[in-house]
Design a protein around this ligand. Sequence first.
Ligand code: G1P
Length: 272
Amino acid sequence: MIKQAIIPLAGLGTRLLPLTNVIPKELMPINGKPNLEYIIEECISVGIKEFIFIISKKKINIKNYFTNDNLFKKYLKKKKDSRILSEFKKIKKYKKMIKFVYQDKPKGTGDAVLKCERLIKDKYFLMLLPDDLIIKENCSKEMIKLFKLKKSSIIASKRVPRSTVSRWGILSIKNKKKNHFQIKDVIEKPKIKNSPSNFAIIGRYILSKKIFKEIKKIKPGQGGEIHITDAIKSMIYSGEKFYGNIFKGMYLDCGTFKGYTESCRLIGKYIK
Ligand code: G1P
């Protein structure tokens, strides 16, 4: 089974400046709680037992949020407050589940994943990009179901407007069924004319441990970063099977200002 989830959190969040000068984007509240807690809840409800958070010194507030409980304790000593008490219990529960690793230079998702190598225990693990919230349906649950069927790596995917392909990792597909397909190839942020389809990668991956070896082999790609997409590509070329899961839920992009504002509105509307 899949018991560990890794979450890259070292990105600078420049698209959300000036807020991200002081608040990590993953802690920005959406309908009363940090973006990151939606991701944690999605994982816990599918049986994830351990999280590996990849942070940087600049993002130390993420660690503080989940580990520093002094203020809670002080406050609760003075006052019985049921809301604060339940928040305190929740944070304590999360604290036990999280390990932190550091990526001090933003060298890409591939590099971030590699930092977790020594902590991954099982053959497969889940990776979630926290900018991508999926609501209404649990995307990780659908992916684990497909994983059980295919016993291979899985990537979440959705169709995007062709005019936007250069914002995403794009998949070349075969044997398309209603909710999934096999991935023939993948290209990170292609030009419209080079895009093999309009099925984009959305930030949920079930990856095999073998990916670590592949990441070590690849060279920096777009923007001088080590992209997980390039490691996936070279695994596909060497015969590893990957499937795309066309998820049912509603996708929210929390990584841009427009997307963040829209996410607040939609989560307020759909999640009670
Ligand atoms: C990352 C991935 C990309 C994927 C996207 C989904 O890009 O590299 O393949 O389509 O997440 O949000 P980023 O958002 O870091 O530019």
